[in-house]
Ligand binder design. Structure first.
Ligand SMILES: Nc1[nH]c(=O)nc2c1ncn2[C@H]1C[C@H](O)[C@@H](COP(=O)(O)OP(=O)(O)OP(=O)(O)O)O1
Length: 173
């Protein structure tokens, strides 16, 4: 079974001297009750960039422009006990956007300090990849959930193509 393509965008702002990220309480559907990233499914025939701009607008009323999206990487969410839930998400950060975050039918947006994320209320796997993306790390994560579809069985990070491992820098002959 192929993973459903989804996309997430983490808007960032500095507020009263602290860096904050926009998350949201999911009110309906998949992951309802959890604090999640803003985003959702890429529709058939839609580009990932068009999808994230649409999802951000639908869920928060914020307006983002394609040129302001910062590509961060990808996460594959793998649910071996529920393969129909498998998703593959493209992740963006965004520091430039217009408007104020407004609650929608699907999401109640919440700004959180980047250094104090509400992990107890998020998918357990988020602690494996979200702080890394927010601290500037890039690349691809593959998280595999246990049969409870909640706890994390494994999490693997692959650096972006072209990244030079730190321990090989300056080692050329
Ligand atoms: N293990 C996981 N950890 C996580 O942090 N987010 C996950 C996750 N598995 C899925 N997600 C996210 C990715 C995606 O944004 C969301 C599921 O998408 P939704 O069902 O909310 O899609 P849509 O907003 O497109 O809603 P629909 O309009 O109903 O399709 O859940």
């Amino acid at each position: 079974m192929t993973s459903a393509p989804v996309t997430l965008c983490f808007m960032l702002r500095t507020h009263e001297g602290r860096e904050q990220v926009l998350l949201g309480l999911k009110k309906t559907g998949f992951g309802a009750g959890k604090v999640v990233g803003i985003g959702g499914h890429v529709e058939p025939g839609e580009s990932i960039v068009a999808a994230i701009c649409r999802e951000v607008a639908e869920e928060t009323s914020l307006v983002i422009g394609a040129m302001d999206l910062i590509p961060a990487g990808t996460v594959a969410f793998v649910f071996p006990a529920k393969p129909e839930w498998d998703m593959f998400t493209t992740v963006f950060l965004c520091r430039t956007f217009a408007g104020d975050a407004v609650e929608s039918d699907e999401i109640a947006p919440q700004w959180h300090p980047v250094g104090d994320l509400p992990h107890a209320h998020m998918w357990a796997d988020a602690s494996h990849w979200l702080p890394a993306f927010l601290s500037g790390e890039r690349g691809h994560w593959r998280v595999v959930l246990n049969d409870d579809n909640e706890t994390v069985a494994s999490s693997i990070h692959t650096p972006p193509l072209g990244a030079v491992p730190a321990d090989s820098r300056g080692m050329g002959s």
